[in-house]
Write a protein that binds this ligand. Sequence first.
Ligand SMILES: Cc1cc2nc3c(=O)[nH]c(=O)nc-3n(C[C@H](O)[C@H](O)[C@H](O)COP(=O)(O)OP(=O)(O)OC[C@H]3O[C@@H](n4cnc5c(N)ncnc54)[C@H](O)[C@@H]3O)c2cc1C
Length: 442
Amino acid sequence: MRPVIIGSGMGGLAIGLILKKNGYSPIIYEKDKKYGGSFRSYKKGKYQIDTGLHMLTRGKTGELPILMKKYINPKIFEKHFVLQKHYKFHINDQGAPLPMNLSSLKNFPLLNAKEKTAFLRMFIHFLRLGRAGTEKYPNITAYNYINNKGFIASKKLLILLNAFSWMSTGCSIKEGALERFVDTFVRDKKLTGKYILKHIGPRADATEGDWYPKGGLKMVPKYFVNEGLDVKTKSKINKIYVKDNKVYAVKVGRKIVKTNMVIYDGLVKNLNKLIVGGTYKGKVPKTEDYEAITIWLGFKEKVADWDKESRVYCMNNLHSPHWGVFMTDFDSTLAPKGHQLFGISAILHKDKKTLVKEMEKTIEKMIPNYKKYVDMKYIQVNRAEKTLQKANNSMWNLPEQKTNIKGLYLVGTDTKAFGSGGTMCADSANRCWTYIQKDYKD
Ligand SMILES: Cc1cc2nc3c(=O)[nH]c(=O)nc-3n(C[C@H](O)[C@H](O)[C@H](O)COP(=O)(O)OP(=O)(O)OC[C@H]3O[C@@H](n4cnc5c(N)ncnc54)[C@H](O)[C@@H]3O)c2cc1C
């Protein structure tokens, strides 16, 4: 019997690829007319835009590139998945690339010596905390933890950390989960002085390589599917049938498909609505339907030349952080020759009209008279990740990939996995595969 994967988001595709390369023949059912879930690109006039502003992290060492290098030709990866420069941080009119190591921190003009010392102490502390594990602090907010340790040396530092929180957790630092601030990937490493130096020394790169695929975000799912994955689009799964606490079939449209393995990439909070003959009893993420807003602008001529310093801009005041990218700096083919494609995103945490006005004010500040160059404008709103990483909904409160029902597994960004977005999808698929190997070893 073929394993059935419900949903073709990056979580579903990642476990699909792992199963396929390990001798299974999975079939992926996707209710939408295109595969990829939140990892997609589409045309707006002559421009190609993505499902929101994406910048993939851990291009050098993360779960997603490791998976792709292992199962998809590594040469393709090297050629098409391009490492990018780092975030640039702005407070009012002053901007500078975010420090990624000790040398760049030393030269970072936006913080004074006292603030830099606090920042460095916090960075080293977080390396240690990542090693020790944050699960001891399951419900503490990032702000409470950092503030109690005395690392918030000034309002400027708070603005910086708060902007990071909005981007990585979807909420302010006063609500955000602690582990998003901590490098949980150091868990298995020995924290020697040499190791710490490797993380802060002159060649260190705190993000371990931000990357973006040539040809746009859609290229990531495309490379997975090109490995021969069987994806049936416009195929909604309506039911998962369970008997004696084991899955035995799913219903696609009117068709019943027999299977002894179902992997679910949809929202965990909707899972029980699909199950007939049993109940999922695991954790259900406290998902709030939180959304991101992106203003896409096509410029008919070159309006800015930011790429000399860095490519991603984190624009800020304490209450409304938003961040923008000239996508054509990543890949010039996303726009007609000589044009520029710009995207600016924020979490939709307040009235849309007010937020759009604030974001437009920022654009005007960065690119004076920008409106006269615009030949495409599109405002996009979509779910940024399937779960909001608030302190009370941190990864320690998210469900395991294995469920109480035999043969039913979970993947995706509302399950317990490290990282964020694409990294989390790949990590969840790896964890799911570990369970499947044990459960189906005969
Ligand atoms: C604005 C924005 C910015 C982002 N920035 C980044 C970033 O910079 N870096 C990063 O790594 N990530 C980023 N993300 C997050 C990332 O895109 C998502 O976390 C990730 O793509 C989610 O993948 P998933 O597989 O968990 O779920 P999804 O992509 O939601 O996939 C689930 C799929 O299951 C299908 N499905 C559900 N129920 C059924 C059913 N009953 N039958 C059939 N199909 C079903 C859905 O249609 C969907 O296609 C961003 C997202 C947005 C919107």
